[in-house]
Ligand binder design. Sequence first.
Ligand code: FBP
Length: 340
Amino acid sequence: MPQQVTVTEHLLLHQKRIPGATGQFTRLFNEIVLSAKIINREVNKAGLVDVLGFTGKTNVQGEEVKKLDEYANRILIHRMARSGVLCAMASEENADIIEVPHGLPVGDYICIFDPLDGSSNIDVNVNIGTIFSIFKRESPEGSHLLSSDVLQPGLRQVAAGYVLYGTSTMLVFTTGDGVHGFTMDPGVGEFLLSHPNIRIPERGRIYSVNEGYYSYWDEPTKAILEYFKSSDNNNRKPYSGRYIGSLVADFHRNLIYGGIFMYPADNRDPKKPQGKLRLTCEANPMAFLAEQAGGMAVDGRNRILELEVEHLHQRTPLFIGSREDVLKVREVYREFDAKG
Ligand code: FBP
């Protein structure tokens, strides 16, 4: 029988352990939970209402915007702005930093989000998600917000998480005190604690990558794939290939079963030499979760959470998941670099 602990109760328990905690955090999470419920309701009936397909607009990533993506973005911005605890937001869908509208109360927190991750899967009823990353401003409260307040390295996150709209709807997050999963009970309309203290297996049995891009990869990346597909690896048998095409869904499976998700750099598009995934709203929050669950996340050579953030929509290669598997990736890149 699940422990029937709600997100708010869990956060209040956590808050008690933080000297000087003000409750701002819990209020912010309450808005994330409410946004997730509203988006979940729309996702669940997507085929019945006019939210499938494209809006006809193109976003700052140069991607066509899906109606449900735009809907989720609108809900998150509206709810977050009314949390009373944010001084700024940023979204994968918006070119610039989103300030809290004048007249609404502000606070010290900054939330960066990918409103709907896995957009290529929206119209075909495959798992999608919402990803969020939370920082505290560094410049003095009440002073003019600086871009450096938003462009902080991932290791300065105070919380991160995702909502997975799947067979059940789950909220998985960390506040730097382990990773906890909550499952939506549709009968109650509440996220209830179902997966306390998630730990990712030290080594996995699954590799997750879009092999369709193999010919665009560099030699070390090809060698890494060969390692996971061969019997000459630490498992003494090939890893199993799984790729949903939604980072949240692929990451969540590996978090529970063990394994590695990879979105390497490729030379398909000279404008995107660092691959597709965004550092601020995808790689950093997932890396914080992975490390808090005992796993690891690198760009091939460097720890994702230590990467300098130069701009809001910066992209990065991502190798994330079970510690031993990600260490292998870094080892292969270092061997290639050593050969020069
Ligand atoms: P969106 O946030 O626009 O959905 O892009 C990210 C993403 O969909 C990830 O969820 C997923 O891992 C990846 O792109 C799939 O990319 P590809 O179709 O190139 O394999």
